[in-house]
Ligand binder design. Structure first.
Ligand code: HEC
Ligand code: HEC
Ligand code: HEC
Ligand code: HEC
Ligand code: HEC
Length: 327
């Protein structure tokens, strides 16, 4: 085996160990194996940069925060069933793990890690580092609302359903362009550029803001000049050699969808409060829940129409019709 490959394995397994052992905010001390051969130095830089990016990503940071909040405040909205997509331990080692196992004194008290390298990657074999779930599945094992959307129910992280275009209620199934035309050759990571250099999982140009706790996204800012880098990948230039018209179309659509969400949000926020004081059998409650499904499908996808403009638009139209029936 080539020394380059050996070092890569060492670093990757080490990174997993470093990540597993320290959940503090301090940087990990990565002990590089002795006397690395000179030709591997670029690979070393790349891998340590990936480790930093993953450690700084919400994928990694969210779970420890949620656990410590729950430990401080038992009424905090986080349950045993919630950790199956958030914690390395629950995903890889112990699907039956409970929240209390991660509390002080619990058996995983020192393993409060979020999503680490090994959640997505297998290490070893010919490929050295490969994906456990290739293609769309590398992201949709978690970024899914469960495959279907049910009218009257809440919707969470609906990116899979949005791209596949799954209909709900009277809104018909409307797959996205990429799903219709390029399902077998495209995936989330083609737009959320993820490779040996980039592991923040964000679309190029996106900056995110969070609430004070740092677990809930409050908004995103898109720099469309940096976004253009997405189309510079070898895989895209054949078709998107002059991407400016596609980019301005996306920008215009995102603006339109954001404005629509902004006008609907106050209505949904105020009815959300009102229905809490109503008898659950009051028809207004069911009416609100139906309206909310259309609306949450869009807000929980969070791409502002970029994943599937046509479906997003129809869902918001229906959300507006349904919520207006309450006024
Ligand atoms: C099917 C896998 C899965 C399960 C189960 C799950 N989550 Fe998540 N969770 C995700 C994904 C994926 C995201 C990121 C979605 C996004 O940012 O659009 C997320 C994000 C979050 C966020 C951050 C939201 C934000 O605005 O950034 C919170 C808080 C959260 N989940 C809490 C919960 C709670 C509470 C439960 C249990 C009721 C739960 N999760 C169960 C996959 C899951
Ligand atoms: C959320 C899932 C996810 C996590 C977490 C993750 N990766 Fe990746 N990684 C990917 C994807 C997707 C690719 C692109 C693979 C492809 O296109 O075949 C990738 C590619 C890579 C590559 C390039 C492989 C190649 O053949 O070019 C390396 C090296 C790598 N990851 C290392 C790491 C390390 C080290 C960590 C932890 C610090 C990590 N990854 C965490 C999803 C992930
Ligand atoms: C093991 C479950 C899991 C997998 C696999 C996964 N994610 Fe996530 N993802 C999450 C969770 C949980 C969050 C919530 C973190 C938050 O928003 O606080 C999240 C958040 C995100 C965010 C929002 C980040 C932010 O800062 O708000 C993006 C973008 C994202 N994931 C993209 C991807 C991509 C692209 C892939 C595939 C390479 C992927 N995810 C694979 C669970 C997962
Ligand atoms: C056609 C390109 C494209 C594909 C394919 C794609 N995304 Fe996105 N995604 C985007 C764009 C553009 C945004 C909006 C970025 C913004 O305005 O914040 C976005 C937003 C998101 C967000 C909200 C957080 C953020 O970055 O704004 C998540 C989470 C996400 N995508 C996950 C996924 C997952 C999971 C898949 C695969 C099922 C996927 N995306 C496929 C382009 C894409
Ligand atoms: C085989 C040709 C082809 C390839 C290769 C291709 N695209 Fe596209 N793409 C299209 C067409 C056609 C459209 C729809 C026309 C439009 O909206 O400009 C499109 C639309 C898009 C959109 C707008 C959102 C949407 O889904 O309509 C994004 C974002 C995008 N492509 C990103 C990419 C990225 C990133 C790559 C490379 C990883 C890529 N495309 C590779 C043909 C292609």
């Amino acid at each position: 085996m080539k020394p380059k490959k050996l070092l890569l394995i060492a670093l990757v397994s080490l990174s997993a160990l470093v990540i597993l052992s320290g959940c503090g905010k301090s940087k990990p001390t990565v002990t590089v194996p002795e006397t690395p051969a000179p030709q591997v130095s670029t690979q070393t830089t790349k891998v340590s940069s990936i480790i930093d990016q993953v450690r700084n990503s919400q994928h990694f940071k969210m779970f420890p925060t949620l656990i410590s909040e729950k430990e401080k405040d038992p009424s905090f909205d986080y349950e045993d069933g919630c950790i199956s997509c958030h914690s390395e331990i629950a995903i890889l080692k112990d699907p039956g793990a409970k929240l209390t196992d991660f509390f002080k004194g619990g058996k995983y008290a020192n393993e409060r890690e979020g999503i680490t390298c090994l959640v997505c990657h297998n290490v070893g074999g010919e490929e050295m580092i490969s994906l456990r779930n290739p293609g769309w599945k590398s992201c949709t094992t978690c970024h899914t609302s469960g495959g279907t959307i049910t009218l009257g129910k809440e919707v969470h992280h609906s990116q899979k359903e949005m791209i596949e275009g799954i209909g709900v209620g009277i809104v018909a199934t409307t797959p996205s362009y990429k799903w219709v035309a390029m399902k077998d050759t495209f995936s989330c990571t083609d737009c959320h550029v993820t490779n040996g250099l980039k592991h923040d999982f964000m679309v190029p140009g996106v900056t995110v803001t969070y609430d004070a706790l740092g677990t809930t996204r409050t908004g995103t800012q898109m720099d469309y000049t940096k976004f253009a880098d997405m189309f510079k990948q070898d895989k895209c230039v054949t078709c998107h050699y002059e991407p400016s018209s596609t980019i301005s179309k996306i920008q215009q659509r995102q603006t339109e969808i954001s404005q629509k969400i902004d006008t609907l949000k106050p209505k949904f926020d105020s009815w959300e409060k009102k229905v809490q004081s109503l008898d659950p059998k009051d028809p207004k409650v069911a009416q609100f829940n139906n309206a909310r499904t259309y609306y949450m499908y869009v807000t929980s996808d969070a791409s502002k129409g970029a994943h599937n403009y046509a479906l997003t638009k129809s869902l918001l139209q229906q959300a507006e019709i349904e919520i207006n029936k309450l006024n």
